[in-house]
Design a protein around this ligand. Structure first.
Ligand code: ARG
Length: 720
């Protein structure tokens, strides 16, 4: 029976948001979407959600660092975000002696807050720049657009650039290039660490529980925005003062029930809800399995050293978490795409589209185009993945590859010595960062393993010429692990990258032949140049053709069903969105039902003393056992609520986003998605999709009872 309904269902899914699907532009909320929010339980006006002139909820939302969301929760610029968003800053502030990652940290007054390298960005305004962008692209073939895009965007954003006030614009392509919006952001650069729970709380459950419900993670951290005395953005300075924000979120400790309204503001990074069956096939058969296998190898080698040595753990922790996060994601994504039969569903929809498009010259050849485009690129896609995730998965190789620009400058004629000096100095800075983050033992193992896997898995015709022959000549059988281990050992022993004396000699008198003879450089450059020379242009042609076809396809979809088009939302692209839904339990499988929240009892059940992922601080166990929950207790459950789930449509980038009740109060922080719906970037499942949130009452309990930082609680506006 299911099959018969596939095409009807699909036109529905593809054309308008169903259930709680939808990442809406908060400033362009259609009346229908707003009415649905009200029906679900929203009690605020449109103006309270997003006001062009006055202050509104959106003014409390910010881009945190490079890829997360945060929210302002006090009139002194206090920020809540996730622990995994503050992770690098917390690890960066830590030493083996003062290990804030391990032990947690709270500033009991402003003087104790710790400087970071972070920035945050507030949305100032939005401008539709479709006309200007199209004007800039006029007369250009699609294949030439990519190279011009930055220039076209820059002409537009230059007009709003205001360095003194920290204002800068960024252009976003919406609906696959059918519309362009410029968001103007105000960036603050003095951001200080205020608090973080011990990692055992902030990352409780580790990678085993990551992307899974039920969950018991206290995934939060706390920062503060500082500004110059006049309120303008400024570099770190002791004289700066906490930012007086335009708006901040009150915090509700009233608790949640199944079915309650929940709304999430934030910056979802990327989705591709209009992906074609061709894209899904390539993803499922080549891209995802390659990435997962390569990351699996790298992670095991890194982990092997991290568990042995706390200093190595601190060095690699943040990088490791990032690699592991999307290792599990892409593995789960393919599993769910197969489970949902997304490929078959897309094919059925594409057939329907093709039938509609017959006789319409603008649309009738779109799928022929896709077929040819994918056929041309597919034979090389594995190699591209193996280069990025394999060869360059060695930090040494990645740094060595970054020196290719210097070599180019050295061999080219007409490059001034000043220019060469500049590129050498820049490399020196990157080298320092590389060396502080480098763990040689795991990296040497990764280098060896990746070189060998590339050899065995990638078609010989795509290998860099001569590289493997030279290994064979000097080190032996290419099917033997030992061969690559011996080679990697020599690379590490001989490269100037680890040798300050050799590096200084090279940078004092830069010479292309010295660089070319360096074994780390020679290795990385061989693979990168092989790709750049033979395959980069094919990849560029593939992506630009896809962009061209995608724009027409989406335009066609909207034309095919104009009534539904008014309810479409653009794919996520790290621009501000709002998603609305409810707190809600779900059934992950036959006869199984998941509750909508987890409690302290569950933490104690999961706790394993001394475990890498499920250990807990002794004080936490003591307090939980004593049931010292204070005002944060959930009276209905007679327990401390830890995490809860909602039906909201979010994705990576939303991490740290505020979960807001119908009256505009903070009830939790979104930090993850559930495994059963990990295909969410491509397809939203209305029954299974859930957002995993940490209950704000647990956040406050950790700060207050576990951390003793009453000063932070006192700064908040609590709604009881
Ligand atoms: N899955 C979360 C996200 O992408 C990140 C969680 C980090 N935790 C971890 N165990 N790696 O937002």
């Amino acid at each position: 029976m299911k099959k018969i309904f596939v095409s009807i269902l699909l036109s529905f899914c593809l054309l308008k948001a169903s259930a709680d699907e939808g990442m809406w532009l908060p400033m362009l909320l259609g009346q229908q979407v707003y009415d649905n929010m009200v029906k679900k339980g929203l009690k605020l006006t449109k103006e309270q959600l997003y006001s062009v002139n006055g202050s509104s909820l959106k003014d409390a939302i910010l881009i945190f660092g490079g890829g997360c969301t945060g929210e302002i929760v006090s009139n002194e610029g206090l920020i809540f975000t996730n622990h995994h968003c503050g992770y690098a800053a917390i690890a960066g502030a830590s030493t083996v002696e003062h290990n804030y990652l391990e032990d947690g940290f709270y500033a009991f007054n402003k003087g104790q807050e710790i400087k970071s390298e972070l920035t945050v960005q507030f949305l100032d305004r939005i401008v539709d720049v479709t006309k200007e962008v199209e004007e800039g692209f006029k007369g250009l073939a699609w294949a030439d657009r990519a190279a011009k895009t930055q220039e076209v965007y820059k002409t537009i954003t230059d007009k709003v650039l205001d360095k003194e006030n920290g204002l800068a614009g960024r252009v976003y392509s919406m609906f696959k290039g059918n519309q362009y919006l410029m968001y103007v952001y105000k960036t603050y650069r003095d951001i200080r660490l205020v608090g973080a729970p011990p990692e055992k709380v902030g990352k409780f459950g580790g990678d085993t529980d990551n992307w899974e419900w039920p969950r018991h993670t206290g995934d939060f951290s706390i920062f503060r925005v500082y500004a110059a005395k006049d309120g303008k953005p400024a570099d770190y300075n002791e004289g700066n003062t906490p930012l007086k924000p335009k708006y901040f979120l009150p915090v509700s400790i009233k608790g949640i029930k199944d079915g309650d309204y929940a709304m999430i503001y934030g910056y979802p990074g990327s989705t591709n809800r209009y992906e074609t069956s061709y894209g899904i096939k390539l993803k499922n058969e080549i891209e995802n399995p390659s990435l997962v296998n390569l990351r699996d190898v790298r992670l095991k080698l890194m982990h092997g050293q991290m568990i042995k040595n706390p200093a190595v753990k601190l060095k690699l922790a943040s990088n490791y978490a990032g690699i592991a996060n999307y290792w599990k994601f892409y593995d789960g994504e393919t599993k769910q795409l197969i489970k949902f039969k997304t490929f078959e569903q897309k094919q059925a929809y594409e057939k329907k589209f093709a039938d509609w498009a017959k006789g319409k010259p603008e649309y009738e050849n779109i799928f022929d185009g896709y077929e040819k485009n994918y056929a041309a690129w597919t034979p090389y896609s594995k190699q591209r993945q193996y280069l990025n995730e394999g060869i360059l998965g060695s930090p040494l190789a990645a740094f060595a590859a970054s020196l290719i620009g210097i070599e180019t400058n050295l061999v080219k004629t007409g490059i001034s010595s000043a220019e060469i000096k500049k590129s050498i100095e820049a490399a020196g800075v990157i080298r320092k960062t590389f060396l502080t983050a480098e763990d040689k033992i795991s990296d040497e193992q990764i280098l060896a393993k990746m070189a060998m896997i590339f050899y065995t898995d990638i078609d010989k015709s795509q290998h860099p010429i001569g590289f493997y022959q030279s290994i064979k000549t000097s080190y032996g059988d290419l099917r033997d692990d030992e061969t690559f281990k011996k080679w990697a050992k020599d690379v590490f022993a001989q490269t100037m990258i680890f040798d300050d004396v050799k590096w200084a000699a090279f940078t004092a008198r830069p010479d292309a032949t010295v660089l070319q003879a360096d074994p780390a450089f020679a290795y990385a450059a061989a693979f990168v140049k092989n790709y750049n020379l033979k395959y980069a242009s094919l990849y560029a042609a593939f992506t630009s053709k896809n962009a061209e076809l995608g724009k027409s396809y989406l335009k066609g979809i909207m034309e095919m069903n104009p009534t539904a088009a008014s309810k479409m939302y653009p794919d996520a692209n790290f621009s501000m969105r709002v998603s609305y839904g409810n707190v809600k339990s779900y059934s992950p499988g036959n006869a199984v039902k998941y509750d909508y929240l987890t409690t302290a009892k569950g933490i104690l059940d999961k706790y394993i003393a001394g475990d890498y992922e499920f250990d807990l601080p002794a004080k936490q166990i003591e307090l939980l056992k004593k049931r010292d929950f204070g005002q944060y207790i959930d009276k209905g459950r007679n327990d401390l609520v830890i995490d809860f789930i909602t039906t909201n449509d979010i994705t990576g980038g939303n991490s740290g986003s505020p979960v807001i009740d119908g009256s505009g109060n903070l009830i939790g922080l979104a930090f993850d998605g559930n495994y059963e719906a990990l295909s969410h970037k491509i397809t939203f499942d209305k029954d299974l999709n859930r957002t995993i949130c940490v209950d704000v009452r647990y956040v406050l309990w950790c700060i207050d009872k576990l951390g003793g930082a009453k000063n932070i609680i006192n700064e908040l506006k609590l709604v009881k």
